[in-house]
Design a protein around this ligand. Structure first.
Ligand SMILES: O=P(O)(O)OC[C@H]1O[C@](O)(CO)[C@@H](O)[C@@H]1O
Length: 434
């Protein structure tokens, strides 16, 4: 992985960082790296996530999925970190990403349509929940089970469960003696892509999970005490420094369709890990070149509260643009779509610099299993570094619990502080008179 911070330096961007500040920051990076290495050494909660490449047992995953390894489709039932890792990997690497169907919401129309379109007898069901208690995942699983039974297809032969040692999902799995995989100890969901949590659908759909883990291990070996030698830390340190200088939004813009879901995964990682104590960059998902034609106006001429992160694979497929024989289109003659997309990428970074807006470039050699494993791991390490520099608790997400208690209370009719607050929440309704 390569990180180019040139377009974030103070000479070309406001907010920006000058090189002297980078040197200073590097001292703090060295301290933070020491803390991270110590946390990894003791397999401490959270830091243990950075040990996954060497800890994840790919053989155990392959064994657990062997009963369903001939499945045409994989239906993942999970949410947040229990869905986004697998979704990111299959979107980037599966021969046909559409064969991985994810139920990570409880929209009745969507669930109904999704299940009615699926050939259930050719579909493996991958149910994932670290806590084993998440309402959306359990409700969807009960609906899926019901639809299988209604259509007289045996779901117990097609289901693999990844969950903790206790909780309703574990009980359901044990009741039916379903093949189960453990969630890795001490690893928050959003950091678990390189574990059984993220690797079951890729394993079923023919992705080289061993190479993914090897890419993660490469990035792990590359972690060192200096941002000038560790691309992951260079990204984290610059994102942190820019946030300190007002870049409250991180517009995350991969220039590859197959990395669009990676931006979704990044959004959870960055928001849920770093959104603490009144700080944290807001991740804004975008896609290059598409969102040049929707968001770039704002990135270039709106408030100076953003850094734009662009990501691209250096190698691309070759799709030549035919010569139209039109003078006005002669600039396209002899080029190919990859060249055009890279020209758009380069032009966008330059256009932001020309408007002295900060951008950071992340490049991987090619969009293959090893490079994606490296990218996922390095992005996690960058996030952990930002948490250290910002002094926040990176690995928990206490702010999400209030809403869960309230929703559960509303459904069970409990009278709690949360449900009362829901009932008494402010309302000033404007209708169109119907
Ligand atoms: O894997 P679980 O426990 O079902 O949680 C799913 C997601 O919900 C969260 O707890 C947030 O509500 C995330 O941190 C997690 O990735």
């Amino acid at each position: 992985m390569h990180v180019d911070i040139g377009a974030a330096l103070g000479t070309v961007a406001e907010p920006g960082i000058d090189e002297a500040e980078l040197e200073e920051l590097d001292e703090r990076v060295a301290e933070a790296h020491e803390r991270i290495a110590a946390g990894r050494g003791d397999d401490e909660f959270g830091y243990a996530a950075l040990n996954l490449p060497e800890r994840t047992d790919a053989d155990a995953i392959r064994e657990a999925v062997s009963p369903v390894s001939d499945a045409e489709y994989v239906l993942t039932v999970g949410i947040g970190g229990s869905a986004l890792g697998a979704k990111t990997i299959t979107a980037a690497l599966a021969e046909d990403p559409e064969r991985h169907v994810v139920l990570d919401n409880v929209d009745p129309e969507h669930v109904e349509r999704t299940l009615s379109d699926l050939p259930l007898s050719e579909t493996a069901v991958n149910v994932v929940s670290k806590s084993g208690t998440t309402a959306e995942t359990l409700a969807n699983f009960l609906v899926v089970r019901d639809v299988y039974e209604y259509r007289d297809v045996d779901w117990t032969e097609r289901t693999v469960v990844t969950t903790g040692e206790s909780g309703p999902l574990r009980e359901l799995a044990d009741e039916e003696d379903l093949p189960t995989l453990p969630v890795p100890d001490g690893v928050p969901g959003r950091f678990s892509a390189l574990s059984s949590v993220g690797l079951v659908p890729p394993a079923i759909l023919g992705v080289d999970i061993e190479e993914l883990l090897a890419g993660g291990a490469d990035a792990a070996d590359g972690l060192g005490p200096s941002l000038f030698e560790t691309p992951a830390y260079a990204y984290g340190a610059v994102a942190y420094a820019l946030e300190e200088r007002g870049a409250a939004v991180n517009a995350f813009m991969p220039y590859a369709e197959r990395l669009e879901v990676f931006a979704e995964w990044f959004a959870q990682l960055w928001a849920e890990s770093l959104g603490k104590e009144g700080r944290g960059q807001t991740p804004a998902r975008a896609l290059g070149a598409t969102d040049q034609h929707s968001q770039l106006q704002l990135y270039r001429a709106g408030p100076r509260d953003k850094v734009v992160t662009v990501v691209r694979p250096r190698e691309r497929a070759d799709v030549p643009v035919p010569d139209a024989g039109h003078e006005s289109l002669s600039y396209l003659a002899g080029t190919d779509l990859g060249e055009l997309l890279d020209a758009e990428y380069d032009a966008t970074v330059a256009s932001l610099s020309a408007a002295d807006r900060p951008a950071v470039e992340i490049e991987i050699d090619s969009l293959d299993a090893r490079s994606l494993g490296e990218l996922l791991y390095a992005t996690e390490a960058a996030c952990v570094l930002v948490g250290e520099l910002a002094g926040v608790e990176t690995f928990t997400q206490p702010a999400v619990e209030w809403g869960k208690r309230a929703a559960r209370g509303l459904l069970s009719g409990e009278d709690t502080e949360e449900t009362r607050t829901v009932d008494e929440r402010p309302s000033y309704l404007i209708s169109d008179g119907d």
